[in-house]
Ligand binder design. Structure first.
Ligand SMILES: Cc1cc2nc3c(=O)[nH]c(=O)nc-3n(C[C@H](O)[C@H](O)[C@H](O)COP(=O)(O)OP(=O)(O)OC[C@H]3O[C@@H](n4cnc5c(N)ncnc54)[C@H](O)[C@@H]3O)c2cc1C
Length: 486
């Protein structure tokens, strides 16, 4: 069923008139293209417990290494807490690496959105603790030697092994942190920011030698040494395995190539790639891959795109809005172009669903994963509603396909079109500005409180949509979101 919101008189808070434009079918959906993979709930608890266990263990090693014994003097107090902050900072630095290594258990438990936010929080915490470590250790040593503050700094730099490398590592991390502050980040091109961000690995690597050669806690016991080596080794292995080796093996095995390129609109292209054993990737509708199209210069940069159709045994499909060089290039991709992929990633799929009824909310190009979810989601007639928010009819992509799928599956398809409300962060269009966000939502989907909700679109719209869904009483655990930007 396709429904559109018509303009409403601005003064009357009456229900929005709904205008039916297509009939609903009453059929059950055909067999799923890929088997549904559920995400075990214990993955979240387990990975969360691992993080806290790690921090507790590091603290226990510090205590066992005499961390509390030296708090009696000012110098001892400063130095021992300087050691603790340094240890926790190092552990969190490696946690950062694990969070972004795309380890399936962690990635599927939390989803990219949560991981990116946690990565930011953990990163800033680790950096702050690292600065505290530098200050506390320097003041602590200065308090116990006749060299004074500047003499201690010079002594550290010249006479302590690995310290120059650590300083270089600290500078690399400073660069990463400064460019990750939102205002600075907004001024940088994605490529420049991403390149600078990779210096984080360098920073972590350069900090290692000073821990090995001078870090009392690193060397205090065999347990400690084995623990830190294992942690560094595991972080490095996770990156090499999950971000390098596995994607290369997958791409080599599937031998993906472009099989079709279709213009959906002047600025939107659908690309279908084919290969062998695609079902072995375990991709679910709603997930995304990082894509590299080997059609010439620029292929080294991967762009994330969600599947816009349920994956089949031998095809994957994406629908892409032309934003910059990378996405615009896709319109001219020759059929037969080789493709490398990393993935599948993302938690916005049917395997996380806990309720029979579902609301799929997509705005603009954010409708792509919703179209795939509608296609693949096990459902009875009336279980699924698709809410498609657009500013202008010209932005309506995939609508015919969604309409047809909705008719086949007995789903409702609601198109909410109209320009934004100036000066108000809302998911509603201007003609519904007299309503609150929750009122508008309840008019379109009166039983939203009983539904599992998936949301994708521009960041501001998503925030307003999520707030409305929560305001209507849907618990956070039943809401799944995917941002199209980092
Ligand atoms: C999980 C996810 C799924 C996505 N799915 C789709 C989709 O199905 N269809 C679609 O049209 N778009 C999708 N996007 C957005 C798409 O990745 C960007 O529009 C595209 O990468 C822009 O690249 P560009 O070189 O054309 O533009 P640029 O001008 O280089 O970038 C424009 C903006 O896109 C974002 N971006 C660029 N490159 C990346 C990158 N490698 N990783 C993350 N963000 C980036 C940045 O916010 C940047 O400011 C998705 C994004 C994410 C994070």
């Amino acid at each position: 069923m396709s429904i559109s919101l018509a303009p409403n008189p601005a003064t009357t808070p009456a229900p929005l008139p709904l205008e039916l434009s297509a009939a609903a079918g009453g059929h059950r959906q055909p067999a799923l293209p890929t088997p549904l993979r559920r995400v075990p709930r214990w993955w979240r608890d387990f990975s969360g417990a691992l993080l806290w266990g790690l921090l507790l263990f590091v603290t226990a090693l510090w205590v066992a290494g005499g961390g509390l014994a030296s708090v009696g003097s000012v110098g001892g107090f400063l130095t021992t807490f300087g050691r603790l902050t340094g240890l926790i900072s190092s552990a969190l630095l490696l946690v950062q690496v694990f969070l972004m290594a795309r380890i399936p258990l962690i990635e599927q438990a939390w989803g990219q959105d949560r991981l990116v936010r946690s990565h930011r929080l953990v990163g800033f915490t680790s950096f702050t603790l690292m600065l505290a470590h530098v200050v506390l250790i320097t003041l602590g040593y200065a308090a116990t030697t006749p060299l004074g503050l500047w003499g201690t700094i010079v002594d550290f730099t010249l006479n302590y092994p690995g310290m120059l490398l650590a300083i270089a590592g600290t500078l690399a991390l400073c660069m990463v942190v400064v460019t990750s502050i939102r205002r600075a980040r907004a001024r940088l091109r994605y490529e420049s920011w991403h390149l600078i961000h990779l210096y984080g690995y360098l920073g972590a690597g350069l900090a290692l030698p000073h821990q090995l050669w001078t870090g009392a806690d690193f060397l205090s016991s065999t347990v400690s040494t084995v623990f830190w080596w294992t942690l560094y080794g595991s972080a490095l292995s996770a990156v090499l395995v999950y971000r390098v080796a596995l994607p290369l093996l997958v791409s080599r095995h599937t031998r993906l190539r472009v099989v079709d390129v279709r213009a959906e609109a002047p600025d939107v292209t659908t690309v279908t790639v084919g290969g062998r054993g695609i079902n072995e990737l375990g991709a679910q509708a709603g997930q995304f891959f990082n894509w590299r199209f080997l059609d010439g210069p620029g292929w080294t940069r991967a762009n994330p795109y969600s599947l816009s159709a349920a994956p089949t045994d031998d095809t994957l499909r994406i629908t892409v809005k032309h934003l910059g060089d990378g996405s615009s290039r896709l319109a001219g991709l020759p059929v037969g172009t080789k493709v490398l992929v990393e993935g599948p990633y993302g938690r916005m799929h049917a395997g996380v669903r806990t309720r029979p009824k579902v609301l799929l909310m997509g705005a603009g190009i954010g409708i792509t994963p919703m179209r795939a979810l509608l296609e693949a989601m096990p459902q009875g007639s009336g279980d699924v509603t698709v809410l498609h928010r657009i500013s202008r009819r010209a932005d309506l992509v995939l609508a015919d396909e969604i309409d047809q799928l909705a008719a086949e599956r007995g789903a409702r398809y609601v198109i909410v079109d109209g320009h934004r409300v100036p000066g108000r962060a809302t998911w509603l269009p201007a003609q519904a500005a007299h309503l609150t966000d929750v009122e508008g939502l309840l008019q379109v989907v009166p039983d939203v409180v009983d539904r599992e909700v998936y949301i994708c679109g521009a960041a501001g719209w998503m925030a307003a949509a999520e707030a409305a869904v929560k305001g209507a009483g849907v618990p956070a655990a039943a809401i799944h979101i995917e941002h199209f930007a980092y």
